[in-house]
Ligand binder design. Structure first.
Ligand SMILES: [Zn+2]
Length: 83
């Protein structure tokens, strides 16, 4: 079963959260489809980490007066095209 945790990549290869460092998104999907509570716990760990890091970056960009540029790059990175 250990090998299943590593098949495919993590949810986000750039993320340093516990879920992304230890489990593949395929394995997490399997857990969710099987109604295993670990699946949603791992997703929550990732989502909270993502939002915390995003807010840290936003604070830095506000201090540097470059929030609009950050916003454009963020939207581009995540495929959001409407400005
Ligand atoms: Zn993560």
């Amino acid at each position: 079963m250990q090998y299943m945790k590593k098949i495919g990549g993590p949810i986000d290869p750039e993320c340093d959260c516990y879920a992304c460092q230890n489990y593949s998104r395929a394995y997490i999907r399997h857990l969710i489809k099987a109604n295993e509570i670990l699946g949603v716990r791992l997703l929550s760990i990732h989502n909270i980490n993502f939002l915390t890091k995003l807010m840290e970056k936003v604070r830095i960009e506000i201090e540097n007066d470059s929030l609009l540029e950050f916003k454009k790059d963020f939207y581009k990175k995540y495929g959001y095209t409407n400005d």
